[in-house]
Ligand binder design. Structure first.
Ligand SMILES: [Zn+2]
Length: 452
C-alpha cells in the first residue's frame, strides 16, 4: 500500500473517531449498580405479585420554553404547534404505532429470539421480537401549579431576563451546561414533579453536541435510603429547541436535520422511565432487557437490517437492534421499544415516588382517546415503495394532507375529501424519501414513503 493511501486512511480514521466522540447525543448519567439492583428487585416483585397496573397511564407535560425575548414562534421561543406535534409523536411512539413502525423487517430478530429462547410474551405473531406498547397517554397540562388555566396548554414561557439567567447558548461545555441546568434553571422554574413531567426547551451552544438529557427515576430501598441523585428540584428533561417536535407534522417549525421527528424526547422519556441505552454504555454491556440483543456501541445514521451480527458474543445471527429508541440512529429510523423495556417503564411508573402519582390530579384532558390510538383503522399507503402514484387509504377522519421531501420542501398540499381514499401523483418528483403528514381534528399522523 502506498504511503499516501495509508495517510489518507489514518486521517479518515481519525475524522470518524472524532465524529464518533462528538455524536454523543444524550447527556443522561449512567445509573449506578445500587439503583439497578433496587430496580431489579422491584421488577421481580411485580412479576411475582402480578402487580395490578393502571388501565392507561397519563402523564401531564409542561414545556418550560426558555428564550431571550424573541417573539412567540421565533427560535428558540417555539410556537404551540411545534410543541403539539411533539405530544403526537410521544403518543404514537410509546404505544407502538410511531412513524416507520410499519417498516419493521418481516424477519426481525426471529432467529435470534429462537436461539435465546425468548418467552412468547416478547414475540409477535410472526415470531419477531415484539414492538412493545406502554398503553400511555401524554397530554399538555391545562393548569399551572396554582390551578390557573394556562393560556397555552402545556407551555410555560420564560424570558431569561426576567430571571437574570445566563443565556444557555453561551455555556459551551457539557459539565457547565448541566451544572447551570441543575443549579439554576431547573430549581428556579420546576413545577411539582409528582404532578408534571417537566421539560425544559432552550437553545444551546454549537460546541455542545448533546440534544437531550434526563434524570433517572428515583427509588428508595426497603430501609428508605434514596438510590439516585434525582431530587424534586432537578427531576425532568432538557431538550435542544431544534430537536423538539415533528417536521413532518409541522413543517413551519425549527429543526436540525437528523432530529426532525421528535425522537429525542421519546429517547429521554425512556431514561425518565428507567431505560438504559441499548448497548449498555460499554461495549456489549447489559441494558437489563432480555429481548434486546447486545450491541457493541451506539449506532448512528440509517443502517440496514441485519446490522453487525456477531459484534457481541450473543447477538448472532440477527445483530443489533438499531431501530430501538434507546439507540442513536437518526430520528425517522428508530421506532420501537420492546416488551421488557415496557416492563421497566411500568415498574418505574408504579414504584418511583416522582412517577407513581402522575396523571391523578386532573391536570389535563385530551380528545385523543387510547382506543383511537390502538384501533385497526390506521391510515395506510400503497404501494410503498412507489414508482409514481400512491393511494392513501382510511383517511376520512383527516382534513388535509401535506407531502414534503427530506429537505423540508412541501411538494403537495391538499384538503382530504370525505372519502376513504386519496390518490397522490408523485411521478414528476425525484426518487427519495417523502413524508406524508395527515392532519385531523382529533389526531395527526405521519407516514413515510420511498420513491424508487
Ligand atoms: Zn440517552
Amino acid at each position: 500500500m502506498k504511503r499516501s493511501t495509508l495517510i489518507i486512511i489514518f486521517v479518515m480514521g481519525f475524522v470518524f473517531y472524532a465524529f464518533g466522540q462528538n455524536r454523543q447525543m444524550c447527556a443522561t448519567d449512567v445509573p449506578d449498580s445500587r439503583w439497578e439492583s433496587e430496580f431489579q428487585r422491584l421488577i421481580k416483585r411485580d412479576k411475582l405479585n402480578q402487580e395490578p397496573r393502571a388501565s392507561t397511564y397519563t402523564i401531564p407535560v409542561v414545556f418550560h420554553i426558555v428564550h431571550s425575548g424573541e417573539a412567540i414562534g421565533t427560535f428558540p421561543n417555539l410556537d404551540s404547534a411545534q410543541i403539539n406535534s411533539q405530544i403526537t409523536v410521544l403518543n404514537e411512539d410509546f404505544n407502538g404505532v410511531g412513524l416507520n413502525a410499519d417498516t419493521y423487517p418481516a424477519n426481525a430478530f426471529v432467529n435470534w429470539a429462537i436461539a435465546q429462547g425468548l418467552p412468547a410474551s416478547s414475540l409477535d405473531s410472526k415470531g419477531r421480537v415484539k414492538i412493545g406498547s406502554l398503553d400511555i397517554r401524554f397530554c399538555l397540562a391545562l393548569y399551572d401549579t396554582s390551578g390557573n388555566a394556562l393560556p397555552e396548554p402545556g407551555i410555560d414561557r420564560i424570558d431569561i431576563h426576567s430571571k437574570a439567567w445566563t443565556n444557555p447558548n453561551t455555556l459551551t461545555d457539557r459539565v457547565r451546561f448541566k451544572k447551570y441546568l441543575d443549579n439554576v434553571i431547573k430549581p428556579q422554574s420546576i413545577w411539582d414533579v409528582t404532578k408534571y413531567l417537566n421539560v425544559w426547551v432552550t437553545d444551546k451552544s454549537r460546541s455542545l453536541h448533546n440534544m437531550g438529557v434526563s434524570s433517572i427515576p428515583p427509588f428508595s430501598t426497603l430501609e428508605g435510603i434514596p438510590v439516585s441523585s434525582t431530587t424534586d428540584s432537578t427531576d425532568g428533561i432538557w431538550c435542544w429547541a431544534k430537536a423538539v417536535g415533528s417536521y413532518p407534522l409541522y413543517p413551519s417549525g425549527y429543526y436540525k436535520s437528523n432530529n426532525i421527528a421528535g425522537r429525542t424526547l421519546t429517547h429521554e422519556i425512556g431514561h425518565y422511565l428507567g431505560l438504559r441505552h441499548i448497548w449498555g454504555d460499554r461495549p456489549c454491556a447489559n441494558d437489563y432487557c432480555d429481548d434486546t440483543p447486545t450491541a457493541s456501541s451506539a449506532n448512528t445514521g440509517n443502517p440496514s437490517y441485519p446490522l453487525n451480527s456477531g459484534s457481541c458474543s450473543s447477538n448472532a445471527p440477527d445483530g443489533e437492534m438499531f431501530m430501538n429508541f434507546m439507540d442513536y440512529t437518526i430520528d425517522p429510523y428508530k421506532y420501537m421499544f420492546t416488551v421488557n423495556q415496557v416492563e421497566r417503564m411500568q415498574t418505574a411508573l408504579i414504584h418511583s415516588p416522582f412517577r407513581n402519582k402522575l396523571g391523578s390530579h386532573g391536570l389535563c384532558t385530551s380528545t385523543l382517546s387510547n382506543a383511537k390510538l390502538n384501533d385497526n383503522s390506521l391510515p395506510g399507503l400503497y404501494p410503498n415503495p412507489t414508482a409514481g402514484s400512491i393511494i392513501l387509504k382510511r383517511v376520512s377522519k383527516y382534513n388535509s394532507v401535506i407531502v414534503s421531501n427530506i429537505m423540508g420542501r412541501i411538494i403537495y398540499k391538499e384538503r382530504i375529501a370525505r372519502e376513504d381514499e386519496q390518490v397522490i401523483d408523485l411521478s414528476n418528483q425525484p426518487n427519495g424519501t417523502y413524508f406524508i403528514s395527515l392532519f385531523g381534528d382529533e389526531s395527526n399522523r405521519i407516514l413515510m414513503l420511498l420513491k424508487i
